[in-house]
Structures are given as C-alpha cells and as structure tokens.
Design a protein around this ligand. Sequence first.
Ligand code: F6R
Ligand code: MG
Ligand code: MG
Length: 366
Amino acid sequence: MGKKITLSVIKADVGGFVGHSSVHPELLETARGVLAGSPLLIDFHVTHVGDDINLIMTHENGKDNGSIHQLAWDTFLSCTGVAKKLKLYGAGQDLLSDAFSGNVKGMGPGVAELEFEERGSEPVIVFMADKTEPGAWNLPLYKMFADPFNTIGLVIDPKMHKGFLFEIRDLIENKKVTFSCPEELYDMLVFIGATGRYVVKSVFQKETNEIVATSSTQRLNLMAGRYVGKDDPVLLVRCQSGFPAVGEALEPFANPHLVSGWMRGSHSGPLMPVPVAMSNPTRFDGPPRVAALGFQLCGGKLLGPQDFFADPSYDLARQKANEIANYIRRMGPFEPHRLHLNEMEYTTLPDVSKRLKDRFEKLRLS
Ligand code: F6R
Ligand code: MG
Ligand code: MG
C-alpha cells in the first residue's frame, strides 16, 4: 500500500460582500495567509463561490483530522475578524459556536473529504454551489454514475460497466443506506428524488470498491435550530480511468435543473453553471450558482485550477437558466417557485396564524 493523500474541502460563509453576493478580497487574502503559514498541508487553493469561502487543501492526515479541522476553523475565525472590522454582511454567520470541539462537522462549515492512494494520474473536480442545498447534487450524481445517456463509459468502459455503489444519507432521521446500481436504481430513486431529505453522500466504484465522489451533507438550518443560511454544498469527484471522464462529470450541468434555495433559502430555481468570476448571485439573490474547478494532483500538489464552466459550451446552459429564472420569477410568492411550507428557511406563518387565529371559523360537514 502506498501512502494516502486526503483532499479536504471545507467551506463557510463568514461575511458577505455586498449583502449575500460575494466575498471581500481581503478575506480571501487572510485565508491564504493563514493556510500558507501551516506546516500541515501539502498544498492549498483558496477560492469563493458567491458568499462562501472554500478552502481546498491536500495533506496526509486523513479524513476528520482534528488538526486540519482546527486549521480550517482558525482560518474562518481570522476571516471573521476581518469581516467584523469591515462590517461585512453576516460576519461569522456560519461559525455556530465560540468553542471549537475538534471537528468542524456540526459547527457550521461544510465539509467534503476524499482519502485515496493517488493514481498514476489523478484528475479531480471540486464542484461548489451557492444559494442551494446538498440535495442539489442528487440529480447530477445520478446522471454521472448511473445514467448511460449521460455517461457512455457505463456502457463501453469495461472498468465502469459493473456500476457504482451510492451511499445515501437521510438528513432528517440521521441514517444511511447503500444502493448498488444499476440493479437497485428504481429503489434508490424513490429516495434521492426527495432532495430536501435524502442526499447522496458518497459513490464507490464496484470494480475496485474505490471511493470516487463525496459531498458535504450539512443542514445548517437544522443544526442551528434556526435560519443561518443555506448550506451551499460542495462535491468532489475523481475522474478518468474507470471513473467518469471529466466531460461526463461536467455534462449534467449543461441542463440547469431546479434546486431549492435562491432568495431567503425559500425558492426553487435553476442551478446556473458559471466560472468563479461569475459566481456572485445578483438577481433575486440568485439564481443559484455552481462552479467547477479541475485539478491534476501530483504528489498531493494541486496543479490548476481549470475553471471548467468558463467554457463557451456552457453559454447555452446559462441562457437557459436565465430563461427559466425569468419564467419562474413571474410566480412570485406562489408554489412551486416558493418552496413548500416545511422547506422554507424563513416563514411568518406562525406569527400570522396566531394573529388571525380568532378569524378562522370551524366548518361543519353538512
Ligand atoms: C439565501 C441568502 C439570501 C438571504 C437574503 C435575506 O441563502 O443568503 O437570499 O436570505 O438576502 O438576508 P437577510 O435575512 O440577512 O437580510
Ligand atoms: Mg451569506
Ligand atoms: Mg452562500
């Protein structure tokens, strides 16, 4: 066994610039400074998508490592200090506690970590979304790893032909279950079609049992017991040589599917693929965005990034997302543009119901 590399992506919104649209450059510089001073990392890349800072890090300490999580936490604390000084919007909003407990999970930041032996060549993609939730990855992951109309490798690459295992999390009851695809596709779809509750946590190649993809599955709103911002998830995908080709992993985003999030985390809207420079949600605080950065790993070094959605082949997806946004915005506060009552991040329903309680008259069945 060779030595293992861990790719850790830890993200948080610790203050928006302006409003909830982007990250102030001083925060990104601060994060780079803290990570550069650490002896723990092989390499790192600091970026943002919308108002979230993403720390992309490689090291040899494994997943859930206390020192790495502490480093990310300290980085976000330093950024929060700057955000407070600049009076940025919602400074420190994703750091749910003052006391760090050894692992950032459950404390606000989103986490996705992949641990593996680096292959002869190791292309990876870091997908990062803003103004949406972890279930936004369900449909693209299904397409990448289970749909031959998206991924021709499932049909004609002998190393992919057996299929993939999907580990699904139930975010409400805190349970997990694994489905073997393609045999159990229909059973799996019963669950992952319900994106607000069931999310694909990881995908494994059946041929080798290797982990190929993993996502962040935090539900910030449930963790905090009150609204503190949508989770804005990340997804890591290893590509090529028996895993989806880079183009097969990117292909699902050519059709901007509807996801939950957008304005006040309470609307359904198209997920628009964009380069990092275009990742600042504007219209109605959206529409929700996804960026995809590609890296070649080389002894843990992050060669890159390639900003994949800067490519003109995603222009039509952006246009389509704008058309869908235009269409669905016309529905204003009506479902299904506005989310179902129990999926909204903001609601005035209890207060209004209480105030109008006496105006509601019981109807008798006649
Ligand atoms: C959604 C989001 C924004 C805010 C909205 C209101 O995830 O971040 O749409 O919900 O701008 O923000 P507050 O309540 O902070 O004024
Ligand atoms: Mg924000
Ligand atoms: Mg955000």
